[in-house]
Design a protein around this ligand. Structure first.
Ligand SMILES: *Cc1c(COP(=O)(O)O)cnc(C)c1O
Length: 348
């Protein structure tokens, strides 16, 4: 029985072709700028995102940290969502290592930050306050795609207020596929963007941080300082090149699978979700009280992995096929039909 892992798209494993490319990668010392495969990946990343330059980083967390360190100095501040990865899920790195304070704001249901709330949060030039320097947006946020006209308005606000604009684009390619535009049309609105190669794109390790030549040069200095100067990193970059060239268009399959899964789940009595809310590869569903643990172990016994508690997140990716989706739906159906999903006391 193959395992169907719906916990995250980070769980994807490198394909045989990717492993072969890694094994055969031409390498050099990347700290000297001499790894031809890393250089190729960085050029490809910049060309794809439409920026002057790009930097290969160990993780998305590192890419966001370098972006914050490059945009801001000690005593500066960045505005981000309460549930933004760069604020909530990155160990407070910018504050701990850069003396950069966050100004978190509530995220709207569509994944945006209300721009009038952003404008109101920008602090006046006064010695009482931190200097507000940067707005960070996340695309996709909880599977939601930021609209292009919203990005244009955010850009305009940042221009008017003298703020930099960073996009945590861990899943920006999912956004591009849903919008049906080249990813550079999204990235064109921001000063810098981080992109995960190791999620739905299927590379085992690595992210890119893209921006102007000057910005990337600053980020490269910080990458060395935080211990991210890797040597023969071409072995990893080779996987990233295949991820960018081979695994972008197929994200549409993940989205179709997520949509199919959402439609099937919505038909199960006791599960409340609206399939129309599913824009990319993520589904969120609220479960009846005290159900999550029993559901998780029921599915586990059937080779299906999920995570979460009252609200669970299901993520499709390149290691989940359309027939896997049918198996998942059958298992959910069996749980809610026969195992008393609505009855907390029922045996499981
Ligand atoms: C996964 C993720 C990151 C970075 O994660 P790493 O595990 O450090 O690569 C950043 N932002 C968002 C929105 C993410 O989902």
């Amino acid at each position: 029985m193959n395992i169907i892992d719906l916990r995250s798209d980070t769980v994807t494993r490198p394909s045989p072709a990717m492993r072969a490319a890694m094994a055969g990668a031409e390498v050099g010392d990347d700290v000297y700028g001499e790894d031809p495969t890393v250089n190729r990946l960085e050029e490809l990343g910049a060309a794809t995102l439409g920026t002057e330059a790009a930097l290969f980083t160990a993780s998305g967390t590192q890419a966001n940290l370098l972006a914050l360190l490059a945009h801001c100095r000690r005593g500066d501040e960045y505005i981000a969502g309460q549930t933004a990865h760069c604020y909530r899920y990155e160990g407070g790195g910018a504050a701990a290592l850069g003396g950069i304070q966050p100004q978190p704001l509530e995220v709207e249901p569509d994944g945006t930050l209300d721009l009038s709330a952003v404008a109101a949060a920008i602090k006046p030039d006064d010695i009482h306050f931190a200097r507000t320097r940067l707005l960070c947006l996340e695309n996709t946020h909880a599977g939601r795609v930021l609209p292009l006209d919203y990005l244009a308005r955010a850009r305009q606000l940042c221009n008017e207020q003298g703020l930099g604009l960073h996009m945590d684009g861990a899943r920006i390619f999912n956004a591009a596929v849903t919008l049906g535009v080249p990813v550079r049309e999204i990235a064109g609105h921001v000063d810098s963007v981080s992109v995960c190669l190791s999620k739905g794109l299927g590379a085992p390790v690595g992210s890119l941080l893209c921006g102007s030549r000057e910005f990337v040069a600053t980020a490269r200095r910080w990458r060395k300082a935080v211990g991210g100067g890797m040597r023969q990193a071409g072995i990893l970059a080779a996987a990233g090149i295949l991820a960018l060239t081979g695994n972008v268009d197929r994200l549409a399959e993940d989205h179709a699978n997520a949509r199919r899964l959402a439609e099937g789940l919505a038909a199960i009595p006791g599960l409340a979700l609206d399939p129309a809310q599913v824009q990319t590869n993520m589904i969120f569903l609220c479960l009846p009280l005290h159900t999550a643990d029993r559901l998780a172990s029921f599915l586990n016994e059937r080779g299906i992995l999920i995570s979460g508690r009252e609200s669970i997140r299901l993520v499709t990716h390149l290691d989940v096929t359309s027939s896997d989706i049918e198996r998942v739906l059958a298992a959910f159906g069996a749980f809610f039909a026969g195992h008393g999903g609505m009855h907390p006391g029922a045996p499981s």
